[in-house]
Design a protein around this ligand. Structure first.
Ligand code: MRU
Length: 325
């Protein structure tokens, strides 16, 4: 199935255009990024987010560094540190830095290949994932794993889109995804455009949905998958996996192979980004918590591979024991 109309980014001749996801769904504003530092800031501040999309953006960041004859190693180091958890970022940067020819033309071609290949991987993994979905399924997902988070189509949301097109998914429950609400703001926006029936739910409604037998499977994306299948993804994912295990609901992880990090034997050493306390204490810029309220705000959690029914990549469907290398 062809990708939908939503795009997170676009190379436009001499600059990177980024759809500013901080403003969605009410404003669709494209940022014009002309330097690698502006790409760095856009990734850090989450104007672009989602593991594969930040990898693609970072690769274009190196193309911008090359245009301006900036030091590529400095740019690579800073871009790699802009968001620590998603391994796709370092994967894309290393792919560009391993080029023999680091001219602008060659780096741009590599960034474009990374973007093209990400879309192709998503379409492929969505086919594999959809083959797991029985007709009439109601699915629960978290965060945004769609076209906005990737070069197109999406990972977990890509599976949902393909399975819906095949008539297998009949209803989606989309977790709001506190604190930044990627589910409520972004996934809902994509699902509405696709005409896929859904309801947004508070993250804390997941247990009731499963207890009432209203979820046939859970599918989530990933930011980094260790060799044994331990999976870092948006904070709240682990709760869904534990619930799914308790209620005997299949729990699937969807990701392109660029999200695998076989250098880590398990998830214990995955760096987990801690984000600004104001994401918790404020809602839409309005302070809700009392002054002086202490906060812990990890952006991601790690789900043990033992709780994952299957990991779906463009290569196929993997089941435990996971032995990625
Ligand atoms: O903090 P975000 O919005 O970048 O987190 C995104 C996620 O956790 C996604 O599930 C993951 O990156 C996979 S996106 C295809």
């Amino acid at each position: 199935m062809p990708p939908g109309p939503v795009r997170a980014l676009e190379w436009r001749g001499d600059h990177l255009a980024l759809l500013d996801q901080r403003l969605l769904p009410h404003q669709t504003e494209w940022l014009r990024l002309e330097t690698w530092t502006s790409v760095h800031d856009a990734i850090r501040d989450m104007a672009v987010r989602g593991a594969p999309a930040i990898g693609v953006a970072a690769a274009y960041g190196l193309a911008l560094a090359a245009i301006h004859q900036n030091n590529l190693i400095t740019a690579r180091e800073a871009l790699a540190a802009s968001r620590p958890t998603a391994v796709n970022l370092v994967w894309a940067l290393d792919r560009v830095m391993s080029l023999q020819d680091r001219s602008f033309e060659s780096i741009l071609a590599e960034a474009q290949a990374i973007e093209r290949e990400d879309l192709a991987m998503n379409l492929k993994l969505a086919e594999h994932g959809a083959s797991l979905v029985p007709p009439g399924s109601r699915v629960l997902t978290i965060c945004n794993t769609g076209s906005l988070a990737t070069a197109g189509h999406g990972t977990a949301l890509g599976i949902i889109r393909t399975a819906f097109a095949q008539g297998k998914v009949v209803h989606v429950y989309s977790c709001e995804t506190r604190p930044r609400q990627q589910g409520l703001r972004l996934t809902a926006w994509e699902l509405l455009q696709d005409g896929i029936p859904f309801q947004s739910v508070a993250d804390s409604a997941a247990a009731s949905l499963m207890a009432q037998g209203r979820i046939d499977f859970v599918v989530v994306g990933a930011d980094r998958i260790a060799a044994n299948g331990d999976t870092a993804n948006k904070i709240g994912t682990l709760s869904l996996a534990v619930l799914a295990h308790h209620f005997d609901v299949p729990f699937y992880v969807a990701a392109p192979s660029s999200t695998l990090d076989p250098s880590l034997v398990d998830g214990s050493n995955i760096p987990i980004e801690e984000r600004d306390p104001t994401e918790i204490t404020e809602i839409e810029g309005v302070r809700v918590a009392p002054d002086g309220c202490p906060v812990w705000n990890p952006g991601f959690d790690v789900t043990p591979g033992s709780l994952v029914t299957a990991i779906v990549t463009e290569v196929g469907v993997f089941r435990a024991p996971y032995l990625f290398n």
